[in-house]
Structures are given as structure tokens and as C-alpha cells.
Design a protein around this ligand. Structure first.
Ligand SMILES: [Zn+2]
Length: 618
């Protein structure tokens, strides 16, 4: 099998500027996600991972937060107003993110013990809140006189993560104690900052998207307005660290007003959270200026600054960006949080456009850059995800800055969010994940059962269950990697038109209708954009949504000399005993045989070298 396609980075179609719309026109956001609480995942690939999240990852996070580090102790000390703060000034956020992961887990897997643990934590948070609503253990324990002084001290970032956790926990259990803590904190912030009050530019974005969630659950317009105000504060010279150092506007996305932004810069994760906040506010305020900015930014990210793994951030120096097309492999930063951020942001872009190219990127980041962030056993984490290793880069049990473990822990139980969308005219099938999903459609409801061996195989069976006949489009995403596919409904082959990457099936659906999508999934040899100098004379291997790599443990002989050529032949074979079951690829070139494994699964065996981009000889 030999197939070639030239590149992911540069051949994606450019997207023009969004047009201006009046408020009377259709909403800018055309698709809503089908919330993961409706998506019951029963999948060969994801279900074992979700089980491990419950059995291993959550207990690991709880143990690190309670016992191995002082993160919970900080809240206990803050409540008593005695003792020291330990760790980094934004460590509270890890606790909130872990709690958010616990809340998401409870939605699909009720567990009284876990809920009791969450309640215990929430009591400690509430006890640590100041009289005036302020909550942040670092400043409570090091001096409240210094609070709201240095905009890079993550006070609103922590408040944002607390709010996301509170909304998740409220939705999971109906309990609003933490939500009330958040409301008091937000009202405190709004008593100091806002129109006619003090300026503030959050050094690490997060509060903006969280305030939108708070608005959605409380229906209080003032929280949405505050999110919008915070976005509009950027780019006007208000940013400062007070007397604690120099503010770098580019690093903090504060060098120009957000609606004027054209290129990504500074810290990668901050950019992702900013863009998500802009998208959420734009959707509710019908702000097409924000959308236009995001289209420009998306082109800059995806066409010039994204790795084949869907990771972003090429520089350790600023945890972010250098110059366009600078994508070093060994030194790649690609923070796990940034890949998860790409998933968050690209879902939102898809919801504005109904274009599958955003789900292509979402899927790339999810199955590669983000999933590599956690070990197969579920107990160790990558912060940095390079595309090459000399053998010294390994997952760790935890990090001093533990944003990535807690990020993965809240991401995994919510992956059901990315499977389906629903709009006025259609049900959008975005990801291929075995699941049973009840899709609410106004007063009606339809159930879709999805059966598949994705990402190993490209066959997908969808069974429709509906009480009364349903006239609605079902739009199946044809992934960007897929060049050949067939679609049949009840055994009859369909020639479905394709719009923006979706095959459109428009008919009246009846109980028991079966849609069969069969996608060819050959091994693809990928060349990078010629402007990426690090990948000149190299090729990467991809099959379906998965990017592959070579590890020394499989290829001990002459690892550094292994090459691909135009005559290399490839064989893909599922190996149940390898890395908990993966489709491995054998690449044969004359007498040389290379074994490739999915990138997400690397560094789960003995230590050794790894690379994604392999030397290529014409
Ligand atoms: Zn992180």
C-alpha cells in the first residue's frame, strides 16, 4: 500500500473574512453541541480509557492534591488564617480543575464516595472565602494588601477555574454551594473592576469563558457583560505587574484590541482560552468582529504554527510561539493543555461555520497532541509533547505546575461533547465514537446508536431510533484525511452531496433506519510545508486520525539511520497485545523493516529514542 498526500499544514483552504450581520439575522452560532450527559460511550478505544480515568487518574489527582502536595492544606490554612502557602501562586486552579473532572465523571457515573469527596473539598473552599467574597489562598496566606495588584498573579484565572468547576458540579448534582461561592467572588470582582471603575487585564485568560458559563446558569446578564468588558480591556495599555516586574503585552495577548488581532503570539494556552472566551461572547452578543478576528487567527495557527500532532507552541522560552513555520521537533513545547485548548476552540469554530475543517483539527489535537498527555495506565502525564526524543523525555507522576494532569482529568470524562452537534436543520455527526446518544430536538428526541472500531477501522454503523418519523438532515463528517468512502442507508448506496466536509443525508428517518459509512483508511505518507525547515527531507506517517512515530524499543538496529523512500511499502495490522491494543504499521524498504506505533502511545515501554518525522530518500 503506497499513498501520498502533501500536507496538512499548507493545503487547508483559506477562509475569507466573516461578513457583518445585523442582530435581526440568524444567530452567528448555528450549531449547539449535544452535551456529553446525553452521550453514553460504549467504545473499544475510549471506554477502557474512561474506566481508567475513574479507577486511576482521578485517585492519582486526588492523592497528589490532598497528600503529596499542599494544595488542600492551603485552603485549610486560608480558612484559619494561619500557616504558610505552599506551592505556586496559582495552585488553587489545579484543585478546581480536578473537581471539574470529578463533577463530569459523576454525570455519567454516579458515585457517592466521589461526591462525598467533592463536597468535602467544597466545604473547604467556602471556608477559605473572605468576608468580601474574595477567594485565593495565595493572597490570603501571604498578604491581602497585595491582592489585585499584579495582573499576572492569576487571581481571575483561579476564579475562572473555580467557576467552571462550580457550574459542572451544580449540573451534576444540583448542589449550589460552590456556585454561590463563585457568585460572591464575581460580585466582589465586579465591585472593583468594570466601566467607570478600575482597569484590569487578566494575565492568564480563563475567567472570560467561565463568566459566560456563570451567565448561562444564572441568567444574570451582568456576568456576560463583565466577560465582554474584560475582553475589551486588552490592547489599551492597561496591563501591569505593578512594582513586581515588566509587563510584556505580546506574551499576555495585550498588544492590540482583541478584534484587531491577526496572528497568534505569546503563551499558547492563554491564547486558546482567550479565543474560546471571544467565541462564547461573540455567540451571545452577535459580535461578528470577534468572529472575523478568529478566522484570521485560525489561519495563522493552523496554516503556519501547528504541528502534525495538533500541538501548538514551539518554544519553551515563552511556552508559546516564535516565528511562522518554526516547528522544531526535539524542542517542541506542545503543552498538553494547549492541545486540549485546540479542541475547545475548534469545536466553537465549527459551531459558527458548520465547516468540518475545524473538527479535523479538533480530532488531530484530541487523538494525538492531547491523548499523548496521559500514560496508558492513566497514572503519569506529559506536560511537554515533543515530536522527537533522544530517550530522556518521560511522563511524570505530577508536576510543580500541574495544569496538564488536571486538564486531562477534566477533559477525558467530557469527550462526549465532541461527538454530535444539532442545529435547526441538521444533526451533525462529528466524531466516530461508539455510543448511544439521545439527541433532544425541541419537543422530540431521536436516539442514535453508533458502532465502530474507529480509529483503527473506518467502518461506522449508525442506527436511528425515533418514536415518530423525523424529517431532518443527518450530516456525516467526511474527515479531511479520508479520500474514499461509501455511504449506504438501509443497505442502499447513497450518493450524498458534500457541503463543507459533511455528507448530507436528507430524508424522513424512521425507527430502525441504518446508516453505514465506510471510510478507506490507508497509510498516508505526509510531507510538511516546505517552509518548515526542520522537516525538509523528512516524512511522517498517518493513518486515519492517528499520527505515527517510531520508538527505539521496536527499532533498535540503526535507529538514527532508518529511512523511508518512494518504494517503501506499508502494512497495517491490529496487535491486541501491543500497547493495550493498537494498529501498528510495518514499513518495508528493501531489507529494512520499521515498526511504527501511534504517537499517543509512545513512552509506555522501556525508555529510548522516538521520532515522528523520519528521514526520506528520493
Ligand atoms: Zn498545562
Amino acid at each position: 500500500m503506497k499513498q501520498y498526500f502533501i500536507v496538512s499544514l499548507a493545503c487547508l483552504a483559506l477562509w475569507g473574512c466573516a461578513e457583518q450581520r445585523s442582530e435581526k439575522e440568524a444567530p452567528l452560532k448555528m450549531i449547539n453541541q449535544v452535551d456529553f450527559s446525553h452521550v453514553k460511550i460504549q467504545d473499544h478505544f475510549w471506554s477502557p480509557r474512561l474506566s481508567k480515568h475513574i479507577s486511576t487518574t482521578l485517585p492519582v489527582c486526588i492523592d497528589q492534591i490532598e497528600n503529596q502536595t499542599g494544595r488542600i492544606k492551603n485552603f485549610e490554612n486560608a480558612a484559619k488564617k494561619e500557616g504558610k502557602h505552599s506551592g505556586i501562586f496559582f495552585d488553587d486552579s489545579d484543585v478546581y480543575k480536578a473537581l471539574e473532572g470529578m463533577a463530569y465523571t459523576l454525570i455519567n457515573n454516579p458515585d457517592l464516595e466521589l461526591e462525598k469527596k467533592a463536597d468535602e473539598w467544597i466545604d473547604k473552599f467556602a471556608a477559605a472565602q473572605e468576608e468580601d467574597g474574595y477567594i485565593n489562598t495565595y493572597y490570603t496566606l501571604t498578604g491581602l494588601d497585595k491582592r489585585w495588584h499584579n495582573m499576572d498573579k492569576h487571581e481571575m484565572y483561579c476564579a475562572g477555574h473555580m467557576t467552571e468547576a462550580a457550574v459542572a458540579y451544580y449540573q451534576a448534582t444540583g448542589k449550589r454551594k460552590l456556585l454561590d461561592v463563585c457568585i460572591r467572588m464575581t460580585d466582589h470582582m465586579m465591585s472593583i473592576f468594570g466601566p467607570g471603575k478600575r482597569h484590569w487585564v487578566p494575565g492568564h485568560e480563563e475567567i472570560e469563558l467561565a463568566l459566560v458559563k456563570l451567565y448561562q446558569v444564572t441568567k444574570e446578564q451582568k456576568y456576560l457583560d463583565f466577560a465582554n468588558w474584560l475582553l475589551e480591556e486588552r490592547g489599551h495599555g492597561h496591563g501591569t505587574k505593578g512594582d513586581e516586574g515588566k509587563w510584556d503585552p505580546k506574551y499576555y495577548q495585550d498588544d492590540k484590541p482583541v478584534r484587531d488581532m491577526t496572528d497568534i503570539g505569546g503563551h499558547a494556552v492563554r491564547c486558546m482560552y482567550l479565543y474560546c472566551g471571544m467565541a462564547d461572547v461573540a455567540a451571545l452578543k452577535q459580535d461578528s468582529g470577534y468572529i472575523a478576528a478568529m478566522h484570521r487567527l485560525w489561519d495563522d495557527v493552523v496554516l503556519r504554527n501547528m504541528y502534525i500532532t495538533g500541538g501548538i507552541g514551539s518554544s519553551k522560552h515563552n511556552e508559546g510561539f516564535t516565528e511562522d513555520y518554526d516547528l522544531p521537533n526535539l524542542e517542541a513545547y506542545c503543552e498538553t493543555c494547549a492541545s486540549v485548548g485546540m479542541v475547545f476552540w475548534n469545536l466553537r469554530m465549527n459551531q459558527f461555520t458548520g465547516d468540518s475543517k475545524y473538527v479535523d483539527v479538533l480530532e488531530r489535537s484530541m487523538y494525538n497532541g492531547a491523548l499523548a498527555g496521559i500514560s496508558l495506565a492513566g497514572d503519569r502525564f506529559f506536560y511537554v509533547n515533543p515530536l522527537e526524543s533522544k530517550g530522556e523525555h518521560h511522563r511524570k507522576a505530577w508536576y510543580g505546575c500541574a495544569c496538564c494532569p488536571s486538564q486531562i482529568s477534566r477533559f477525558l470524562p467530557s469527550i462526549g461533547n465532541y461527538v454530535y452537534g444539532v442545529s435547526e436543520q441538521a444533526i451533525w455527526v462529528n466524531l466516530y465514537v461508539g455510543s448511544t446518544t439521545q439527541i433532544p430536538l425541541g419537543k422530540k428526541e431521536v436516539t442514535l446508536k453508533q458502532e465502530t472500531d474507529y480509529p483503527w477501522e473506518g467502518a461506522v454503523k449508525l442506527t436511528v431510533s425515533t418514536a415518530t418519523p423525523l424529517k431532518k438532515e443527518i450530516r456525516l463528517r467526511v474527515p479531511g484525511w479520508c479520500k474514499q468512502y461509501t455511504i449506504a442507508v438501509n443497505g442502499e448506496t447513497m450518493n450524498a452531496p458534500v457541503e463543507k466536509g459533511y455528507a448530507v443525508l436528507n430524508r424522513e428517518w424512521k425507527e430502525g433506519d441504518v446508516i453505514a459509512l465506510d471510510m478507506d483508511m490507508p497509510v498516508e505518507v505526509v510531507a510538511a510545508d516546505a517552509r518548515v525547515k526542520q522537516n525538509v527531507g523528512k516524512r511522517a506517517i498517518q493513518r486515519g486520525p492517528l499520527v505515527y512515530c517510531i520508538e527505539e524499543v521496536d527499532n533498535q538496529k540503526g535507529f538514527d539511520e532508518l529511512v523511508l523512500t518512494p518504494n517503501t511499502s506499508f502494512k497495517a495490522e491490529f496487535k491486541p497485545a501491543l500497547l493495550e491494543g493498537v494498529t501498528a504499521i510495518q514499513a518495508e524498504t528493501g531489507k529494512q523493516t520499521i515498526q511504527l506505533i501511534p504517537y499517543y502511545a509512545w513512552d509506555n515501554r522501556e525508555a529510548g529514542k522516538m521520532k515522528v518525522w523520519i528521514d526520506y530518500k528520493e
